[in-house]
Design a protein around this ligand. Structure first.
Ligand SMILES: [Ca+2]
Length: 409
């Protein structure tokens, strides 16, 4: 999505998916940020992954002058680095990347070159320009072979004219253009013309799903807010209401410095822009997605945040700890013999002590269901079979890796 053109020290990637059976629109389901040799993954969860390990927010990384902070900011999972890169993801569809002006013309990718000129952003990975959006997008595609290219046959999607007219009405996408509407204050900063047509397209293509309209209006509002534009609320009880948890209320401007359990961490942040979201009643602290009293705050240990009563294993698997009231942590020693075990995260990101080499090969005179873990061995009635040690032979606990790596051919 965004990366420096001539350096490889950081980049922002997105993974998209189709939803509700509609293959004409894609949504961002995951954002991956690579910085300082670390990989930060944001997805629908309230937690995030750091190098594959699930962690709570806030999380602070610090190594000499290199630092970044991962935390919740209103609806956003938010990353900010010491060099000014900021990435926000709402866990649903909206991603934003903010960079200081010093990066102007120095970034490449789907977001363009940040030189304030609109017409020159379709530069492909190989450095050549194109006017074909599919070619442009496909050139920046990475990852496995299953990520198929977008068709570039040049055909335009046919949209029903009656529905387009409906989508353009003042109570729908047309609201973006209203000179006396809720978004008017931003018109001078960011022209709504193009975005309102995108809104019409999205709304119709997504079968007049109200969520499509809300996504578009919300995107314009969020982008303008990031630019420092103050606007009245555009939400109404019948139009994209934002439900706030108990003891909190909706605000068009939740500041970056909102009070949380780890307030000391956020004090050093600059108070610049705001995002819409929920703010706690006086005296309460924002904790991920609800408001709590100070006594309900969790614990900060080695830059990690743990919720009250949360039990966890330390990063080296040497201790099992529990976070208790007042930020107190009590631990017991954990035996993880690293000669026969490894301290690692499983596929869900949960840290644990797992036996090394717990997979064994067996020769069996019969076939077991899972086709990926067995293969005929010379005599067709003998099968080679890869399974977990001590797993029952009837419904086997299959090893995740491929059988093929055990054979040289
Ligand atoms: Ca540009």
């Amino acid at each position: 999505m965004v990366q420096p053109c001539n350096e490889t020290n950081w980049r922002v990637l997105v993974k998209n998916e189709h939803r509700k059976g509609n293959t004409r629109v894609s949504y961002t389901r995951e954002v991956v940020i690579e910085v300082y040799g670390k990989e930060i993954q944001f997805f629908g969860s309230k937690r995030f992954k750091l190098d594959g390990v699930l962690k709570n927010m806030p999380y602070k990384f610090s190594n000499g002058s290199e630092s970044f902070l991962v935390r919740h900011w209103a609806r956003f999972r938010h990353l900010s680095t010491d060099f000014g890169l900021e990435v926000g993801y709402d866990g649903h569809h909206f991603v934003r990347v903010l960079l200081p002006n010093t990066f102007s013309e120095k970034v490449c990718g789907l977001c363009g070159n940040m030189d304030t000129q609109n017409g020159n952003d379709f530069v492909m990975r190989n450095g050549t320009s194109t006017d074909n959006a599919a070619h442009f997008g496909n050139s920046w595609k990475i990852g496995d072979e299953n990520n198929r290219d977008v068709d570039d046959d040049g055909t335009t999607v046919y949209l029903n004219e009656t529905l387009k007219e409906k989508a353009r009405k003042n109570d729908s996408c047309g609201m973006l253009l209203l000179k006396d509407g809720p978004f008017a204050a931003c018109h001078g900063k960011l022209s709504p013309q193009h975005l309102s047509e995108d809104c019409v397209f999205e709304y119709v293509v997504r079968d007049m799903d109200k969520e499509a309209l809300c996504d578009s209006l919300e995107s314009y509002f969020t982008t303008c807010s990031a630019d420092g534009v103050k606007m009245p609320t555009w939400r109404k009880p019948e139009l994209c209401p934002l439900q706030c948890p108990s003891n909190s209320s909706y605000s068009t401007c939740v500041p970056e410095t909102v009070a949380t359990c780890s307030n000391s961490e956020t004090k050093e942040l600059k108070q610049s822009t705001c995002v819409e979201g929920c703010v706690c009643d006086p005296g309460l602290l924002w904790d991920v997605d609800h408001c709590i009293k100070e006594v309900e705050c969790g614990c900060i240990q080695d830059n990690n945040y743990y919720n009250l009563n949360e039990s966890y294993i330390t990063e080296d698997c040497s201790q099992q700890c529990v976070c208790q009231t007042g930020g107190n942590v009590t631990c017991v020693s954990l035996t993880c013999d690293l000669n026969t075990n490894e301290c690692k995260a499983d596929e869900h990101g949960t840290l644990g002590c797992y036996p090394i080499g717990d997979c064994v090969l067996s020769l069996l005179p019969y076939r077991i269901q899972n086709p990926s873990s067995h293969r005929p061995f010379n005599d067709e009635n003998i099968f080679v079979y890869l399974h977990k040690k001590n797993a029952p032979m009837v419904i086997p606990d299959i090893c995740s890796h491929s059988l093929e790596k055990y054979f040289s051919t």
